[in-house]
Design a binder for this molecule. Structure first.
Ligand code: ATP
Length: 202
């Protein structure tokens, strides 16, 4: 799976429709302080399912919406789309089996976020798993924050293990195991309730 394009509108400092094309090879983003370089990386993190507004350097998720500038009014929504090459079929077929996937996250002020894959509404979880299976995602070590290298040097062995698991491509399996365990626990509780009801009837 390859990232082809990032499209933003109304996200942080990107008030107008903006498109970042990732050509084969290395893509560099250069610009003066405060021009929005980190905002672009945060847009990638956000569309891949980031749920923490703190990770967006914000005090609430609505803060990712363009807040206005000297001559521009604030917007009421923000939308980020990541266009992916899925010719290797990394994405689960049940989610979408197309060659090109457009993963979109849209937020409306005070109404939360909606995710879509090629126009079809999906759960945040589906998007998070899609990227976890491709060994990337909002919390992927492939996205390196300022100061993160220092944190890694000081990290505990268990935290470093998460990094190796990501590199081995098994973090998606961990998420699925956790979901399966939750469903199993819910099923066990239902069975206990059925046993209680049967005991009452006898
Ligand atoms: P540096 O090189 O200093 O790290 P940078 O190029 O990474 O800077 P960013 O941190 O991405 O810059 O962008 C900061 C800019 O984004 C600031 O000017 C800030 O006002 C603007 N900004 C952040 N959130 C919003 C928002 N919701 N609406 C409008 N502008 C915003």
């Amino acid at each position: 799976m390859k990232f082809l394009r990032l499209k933003l509108v109304g996200f942080k400092s990107f008030c107008d429709q903006t498109e970042l094309v990732t050509e084969p090879g290395l893509t560099g983003i250069v610009g003066p302080n405060g021009c929005g370089k980190s905002n672009l990386v945060e847009a990638m993190r956000w569309v891949m399912g980031e749920s923490s507004y703190k990770a967006m350097r914000a005090s609430g998720m609505d803060d990712v919406i363009f807040a206005g500038a000297a001559r521009r009014p604030a917007r009421n929504s923000a939308e980020v789309t990541l266009v992916l090459d899925n010719t290797d079929r990394t994405a689960p077929a049940a989610l979408n089996n197309a060659d090109i996937l457009e993963v979109t996250r849209r937020i409306e002020r005070e109404a939360g976020s909606v995710y879509r894959v090629n126009g079809r509404e999906v759960r945040a979880r589906d998007v998070q798993l899609l990227f976890a299976d491709a060994s990337t995602g909002a919390h992927s070590p492939a996205l390196v924050r300022q100061g993160q290298i220092g944190e890694l040097i000081a990290a505990k062995p268990t935290q470093r293990r998460a990094l190796l698991e990501e590199a081995a491509g098994i973090s998606g399996l961990h998420s699925r195991r956790h979901e399966a365990e939750l469903r199993l626990r819910a099923a066990e509780q239902n069975l206990e309730r059925v046993d209680d009801l049967v005991a009452q009837l006898e």
